[in-house]
Design a protein around this ligand. Sequence first.
Ligand code: ASP
Length: 419
Amino acid sequence: MKVFKFGGASVKDANAVRNVCDILSLYKNEKIIVVVSAMGKTTNLLEKIIETKNNLEFEELKKQLFSFHQKIICDLNLQKETFSMIEKATNKLKLSYKIDKKNNQAIYSAIVSIGEYLSSNILSCYLKKQNIKASWCDAKSIITTTEKHIDSSIIWPLTQQKFNDIVPPLFKKNSILVTQGFIGKNKLEETTTLGREGSDFSAAIFAYCGNADGVYIWKDVPGMLNADPKFFQNTIKLDQISYREALELSYYGASVIHPKTIKPLHNKGIPLYVKSFLEPKSKGTIINSSKDKDRLVPSFIFKHDQILFSIKPKDFSFLVEENLSDIFARLSKINAKINVMQNSALSFSILLDRRKINLNEILSAFREDYVIRYNEGLELVTIRNHDQKTIDFVTKGKRNILEQKTRNTIRIVLKDLKQ
Ligand code: ASP
């Protein structure tokens, strides 16, 4: 059995859906679990819908969601089969808009999951129409999580048990099973989500439970590259890397794979293939246990729009374990995700993504007991397998604000001198 994961870009319009169907026909007679994300940028749109407090804007965004999916189903000639489904989904939005937003994490997951339900239904209807035998499966009936609604953790024994109960009978009927990435359900029967871009992780969960012989992540790039082609001209494809190297790269922010994907695959020795949905027959990248090719090329990971905070105890006391744990507790309470941290005798520095934080929330979490300052407009560059040439290349014309270096990895916080 294989697990295929198709992200938003690979189902962004009718042609992309047709292409998924073509890829599946290359793997005839194989048992495949197809894990699909929301189409195009639907999850971002749903997040906007959740956030808006303005009724007019809500109606406008809802219309966008409706017509985006309507166009795809019309282009695929699926009107009859799927039209009522989009209507139902948009009505669900209406209900959520009216209810009290107090428990907004639960509402968030219930609403964003609509994107994956729409895409998986559209894809499975299209496959059936093309005479590809596929069963639709609700990921929530298998993936069981802790109660937390966002970034939920998996309860593995229950997930495994449900997988064993549900998946083999479905495979007896059809060799393809279409399901949703990103979503699960907690013991209270509420929808939960696994974190943005979490569909890769869903694919790994299904692969782990089914002892798959491979996970295939289909992307719009030829494989795992040594840098993001949006920021870097001459990228090199990594033909093969180890689980460890893939985990390090995704942890530092290489956006090709969700960092949580690797562990379940590593634990069962299941290879992960990153392949191009535009050139499905070309080789892509294979991630497995072999470390032979890990050090062949330097890899670069850029994070823009970073903000560096320096936090100092007000009474000029040393930073010791006690106040460090207090700082971490405050950060975790507001869900701040740290990209880099460093301490000196009197100050603790943390680097965060400007777009993922609420500045006032951070400042007010500390102001009473600490002096907190910040420096905006920074860039974080991580280089794996660095040498002086690569360091000079990324730091050219920029001021080095903070640097951390080990044998394999260097992380540099930079300020553009032109700013
Ligand atoms: N649709 C979700 C997101 O955009 C999950 C995923 O695509 O992996 O984050």
